[in-house]
Design a protein around this ligand. Structure first.
Ligand code: HEC
Length: 183
C-alpha cells in the first residue's frame, strides 16, 4: 500500500513533465546555454580579448592532413628540395592530362602553351620580365624537386610569384611531370 502510493507520486511527477506540444522545448534550466548567441564570421565579438569573432589558428598547429612546406625561398633550400623531394607522379596518361590542364591555367599566360617563355602576357608587354624557356636544358636538367620548389615559392628573383597557395601539391607535381615529359 505504502509503495503503490510512492509509485503514484513519482509517476505523477514524471508525467507532469511531459508536454503535448512537440515544439515546446520545455523549461530551460541554463538559458544561456540553451540559447547561445551566434556571431557572424566578420563581426566584432565581446567574448575574445582581441574583439574578433574569427580567431587565427593556435601558433604551432596545422590543419588536419596539411603538411607544411619545409623549405625556405633561398638558393640553398632550392637545391636541397631538388635533392630530397621525390616526384610521386608517374607520367601516366591521366597525370599528364591533368598536368597539361593545370599548366594551361597557371603557367601558360607567361611561359606560353609550349613552355617557350612566349606567353601572351609577355608578348603583349603587359608583363615586362621574360619568362624562362621551360624547354631549355637549364630547366629540363633540373631535378623535379627544384621545379616543384619554384612553383611552390616562386622564383628567387621574385619576378615569378609563388603558386603554392593556388595549386594543390599533387597538381604541382603533375605540372612538373608534364614539363619534364612533354617539352
Ligand atoms: C606572371 C608570369 C608567370 C607565371 C604565371 C609563371 N611564371 Fe614561371 N617565370 C616567370 C618569369 C618572368 C620567370 C623568369 C624570372 C626569374 O627566373 O625570376 C620565370 C621563371 C620560371 C622558372 C625558372 C626559375 C629559375 O630559378 O630559373 C620555372 C621553373 C618556372 N618559371 C616555372 C613556372 C611554372 C611551372 C608556372 C606555373 C605553375 C609558372 N612558372 C608561372 C613568370 C611566370
Amino acid at each position: 500500500m505504502k509503495y503503490s502510493f510512492i509509485i503514484l507520486i513519482i509517476s505523477a511527477v514524471l508525467l507532469s513533465s511531459c508536454s503535448y506540444d512537440p515544439n515546446d522545448p520545455g523549461r530551460a534550466y541554463f538559458p544561456d546555454m540553451a540559447y547561445s548567441v551566434p556571431y557572424n564570421a566578420y563581426t566584432a565579438n565581446p567574448v575574445f580579448p582581441n574583439g574578433r569573432t574569427m580567431q587565427t589558428p593556435v601558433e604551432g598547429t596545422v590543419p588536419r592532413e596539411m603538411i607544411p612546406y619545409q623549405y625556405k625561398k633561398t638558393y640553398d633550400d632550392q637545391l636541397k628540395a631538388g635533392l630530397e623531394l621525390v616526384n610521386p607522379m608517374k607520367p601516366t596518361k591521366k597525370n599528364l592530362a591533368r598536368g597539361k590542364a593545370e599548366f594551361k591555367i597557371f603557367c601558360s599566360d607567361c611561359h606560353g602553351l609550349q613552355g617557350k617563355g612566349d606567353g601572351h602576357l609577355y608578348t603583349s608587354k603587359l608583363f615586362p620580365a621574360k619568362p624562362t624557356d621551360l624547354t631549355s636544358a637549364y630547366i629540363q636538367d633540373k631535378p623535379d624537386g627544384e621545379i616543384y620548389h619554384i612553383i611552390t615559392l616562386g622564383s628567387l628573383s621574385g619576378l615569378m610569384g609563388a603558386h603554392g597557395g593556388q595549386i594543390k601539391p599533387a597538381d604541382r607535381w603533375k605540372i612538373v611531370t608534364y614539363i619534364k615529359n612533354k617539352f
